[in-house]
Design a protein around this ligand. Sequence first.
Ligand code: C2E
Ligand code: CA
Ligand code: CA
Length: 267
Amino acid sequence: VGAAFYNKALDKQRCFDEEIENDLKNALEKKELTLHYQAQYNTQGQLFGFESLLRWNNEKYKKIPIINIISIIEKTTLIDDIGDFILEEAFSFSKKINTFRENKIVISVNISALQIMKSNFVKNIKKILKKINVDPKIVGIEITETVLLKNIEENLLKIKELKDIGITISLDDFGTGYSSFCYLVKLPLTNIKLDKNFIWGMKDSDEYKTLVKLCVDTAHALNLKIVAEGVETTEELDILKKMNVDFIQGYLFSKPIPESKVIELLK
Ligand code: C2E
Ligand code: CA
Ligand code: CA
């Protein structure tokens, strides 16, 4: 009976995944996929960049967290087209908002390890930069340390090539998973993004505060900038300021917002 149950549950899950996959196939054409942007500020409150975050405007799936949708996309060949769409959208938007701006704003895109693993990853990014005709200095990518779980040397070279042409490289979710200080030395980085759970942990625990401070000091010793994610309260902000965190991202300042709202915010 157990096995039958298990199979039934698996079958149900499989059918659901297939249904989502089919709807995702049409999502690009139907223009249901969009990017939202979350502002990043320095501790003086000056705008420094935006992180782009995928959204799927579809009534049927609006309750499913986007990260789950993304893991379905990654399991299929859809990742190629949707991945390109995300890069093109974000790069075009960066070009658009930076025209006539003196203090340039960097827009970064989340890139999954699976995308980096593709043999044409770097060539494809360069192709899109050229197609959009955008300065690499105003775009960034956010990667996680999972890029180092497989094909380490190859992936390091790819990331280095992108850093060398001026793209900002951020290490996302630092403090989760298998975080290791040795990644900070190995990876060619611009920023480290401290995971939200670290920030939230500081409220009830001095140990978390100590760890966050340690991360900030380590990043600075290695000439890297540090971004605190998920900052929701002024208490968190005050602690982070005292620790000399460089950049702040979180609901306290701004939620992820659509393009039209970004344009308003920049006025
Ligand atoms: P992430 O890269 O760590 O992105 C930050 C997530 O934290 C976003 O969730 C954002 O809305 C949320 N967040 C930011 N500030 C706060 C805060 O103050 N409080 C709280 N509670 N949450 C905050 P979101 O948009 O649901 O994205 C979840 C994850 O999905 C992302 O985590 C990223 O791993 C993935 N993702 C989103 N867009 C893309 C994409 O275009 N490509 C890829 N490969 N992954 C993406
Ligand atoms: Ca991210
Ligand atoms: Ca993150």
